[in-house]
Design a protein around this ligand. Structure first.
Ligand SMILES: Nc1ncnc2c1ncn2[C@@H]1O[C@H](COP(=O)(O)OP(=O)(O)OP(=O)(O)O)[C@@H](O)[C@H]1O
Ligand SMILES: [Mg+2]
Length: 360
C-alpha cells in the first residue's frame, strides 16, 4: 500500500505541533500558508526536520525559510537516486539559431508564476524535441530552468531500468511521485525512446512503464513541465505525439548558414577569441552541413593547438582544423534524409528558416 504524504491540513497540524514542542522555532504567522504549500510532498519526519533547520533561533524572514525548504526538497530528490538536479547554469543566449524554439520558450517565461496560476492561464505541459544529433536539443532543454526560474530535474532512465531501485515499474512510479512533490519543476527526460522502453523498431519492451507514463502525462499535476528529447524518432509511437500530451513537438535540423554564423560567434566568444578577427563568409562555407557540436569542436581544437604554441588561435588555425573534420551529415546522409522526411510532416521546425534551413 502506498502511504501518501501529508495533505495541507495535516501539514498545518504538523507545523503547529512542531512549534508547540519547541519554543525556539520562529515561524512567522503570515507565512504559514506559503510554507504549507512549499512543504507539500515531504513526509512528516522531513517536515519536522526542515522546520528545525529553517526556523531555529533565527530572525528568518519568509523568503529565507522558503529558500531553505526548496533546497531541502532538492536534497530529498537527490536521495531518490535517479532524479538529478540540473543547475540553472545555461542562458538562452548560448543557443545559436533555433529562433522558433527560443520564441516559444520566451512566450511561456511567466507561466509558472503565482500570478499566472491564479489568473487561471493554462500552464504548459511539455515539449518534445527531436532531431539530428548535436544540433542543440539537450542544450535547449538546459536553458529552460534559468529562463523560467524553476528547478529542473533529469530523470536517469538507465538507473530506473538498472534494478538498483527495485523493479523498473516501482522505480519509475517513485520517480514520478518524487517529481510531483517538488512542483513547480521541469522534468527532463533525455532520449525518451529509451525511457519508454522501446527498442529500435518501436516495439515496447517495458509496456507497463510506457502506459503508466502516458496516463501520468495526461493526468499529471499541472505544475510539472516535461522537456523530452528524442533521437530515434521513428521509434516513437503515435500516442506520444498525439495532441494533448506535449504542447509542441519541435524538430532541430542542421543549422542554416545564418545559424552557423550565430553558433560560430557564441563559441568564439566562449573561447576568448574576438569574432571580428575571423572571416565568417569563409567559415560559413567550410561548415556547410555541420551541426553545432562539430562547430564547437573545431573551435576547441584550434584553440588547443594554438595554446600548445603559446599563442591565441586565428582564422588559419580554424581552417586547418575544419579541413580535417568529416561531419556526421556526410557519413549519415541517408539516415538524416529519413529523419527529415519523417519529421517535416509531424513537427514544427525549431529554426525560423524552416524546412530548407540546412541547404542554405
Ligand atoms: N544551436 C547551437 N548553438 C550553440 N551551441 C550548440 C548548438 N547546437 C549544438 N551546440 C553545441 O554542441 C553541444 C552538443 O549539443 P547538444 O548536446 O545539445 O546536442 P543534442 O542535439 O542533444 O545531440 P544528441 O542527439 O547527440 O544528444 C552543445 O553543448 C553546444 O555546445
Ligand atoms: Mg542530447
Amino acid at each position: 500500500m502506498e502511504v501518501p504524504t501529508p495533505d495541507e491540513n495535516e501539514i498545518v497540524d504538523i507545523i503547529k505541533k512542531t512549534a508547540a514542542e519547541d519554543s525556539s522555532l520562529n515561524i512567522p504567522d503570515d507565512a504559514i500558508r506559503e510554507i504549507t504549500l512549499a512543504l507539500k510532498g515531504l513526509t512528516e519526519n522531513e517536515i519536522a526536520y526542515v522546520l528545525q533547520r529553517a526556523c531555529k533561533n533565527k530572525e528568518s524572514n519568509k523568503d529565507e525559510i522558503l529558500d531553505e525548504i526548496f533546497s531541502e526538497k532538492k536534497n530529498v530528490v537527490k536521495k531518490s537516486g535517479f532524479l538529478e538536479f540540473s543547475p540553472p547554469r545555461w542562458k538562452i543566449e548560448s543557443i545559436g539559431g533555433l529562433d522558433n524554439l527560443k520564441q516559444w520558450l520566451f512566450k511561456r517565461q511567466h507561466m509558472f508564476t503565482r500570478e499566472a496560476v491564479e489568473a487561471g492561464v493554462p500552464v504548459p505541459k511539455g515539449l518534445l524535441m527531436m532531431g539530428i544529433s548535436g544540433c542543440g536539443k539537450s542544450l535547449a532543454v538546459k536553458t529552460i530552468s534559468s529562463l523560467w526560474n524553476i528547478p529542473m530535474f533529469r530523470l536517469d532512465m538507465n538507473l530506473v531500468f538498472s534494478g538498483m531501485y527495485g523493479s523498473p515499474e516501482e522505480a519509475f512510479h517513485r520517480a514520478l511521485k518524487t517529481i510531483e512533490s517538488v512542483a513547480p519543476a521541469v522534468l527532463w527526460i533525455d532520449e525518451i525512446e529509451n525511457a519508454l522502453g522501446l527498442d529500435d523498431s518501436g516495439q515496447r519492451i517495458a509496456s507497463h512503464i510506457f502506459s503508466s507514463f502516458l496516463t501520468w502525462m495526461q493526468e499529471k499535476p499541472p505544475l510539472i513541465f516535461i522537456a523530452a528529447t528524442a533521437n530515434k524518432i521513428q521509434a516513437l509511437p503515435a500516442e506520444v505525439l498525439r495532441k494533448g500530451r506535449f504542447d509542441e513537438v519541435f524538430f532541430c535540423d542542421l543549422p542554416s548558414k545564418e545559424e552557423r554564423a550565430d553558433i560560430l560567434k557564441i563559441h568564439l566568444l566562449r573561447n576568448n577569441a574576438n569574432p571580428d578577427e575571423f572571416d565568417f563568409k569563409m567559415l560559413q562555407i567550410m561548415t556547410e552541413g555541420w551541426n553545432g557540436a562539430e562547430i564547437e569542436q573545431a573551435i576547441i581544437s584550434a584553440r588547443t593547438e594554438a595554446f600548445y604554441e603559446n599563442r591565441p588561435f586565428n582564422q588559419r588555425d580554424l581552417e586547418t582544423v575544419m579541413s580535417r573534420i568529416v561531419p556526421l551529415s556526410d557519413t549519415m546522409e541517408q539516415q538524416i534524409k529519413a529523419i527529415r522526411s519523417w519529421a517535416f510532416s509531424r513537427a514544427t521546425p525549431a529554426s525560423k528558416y524552416g524546412k530548407s534551413a540546412a541547404k542554405r
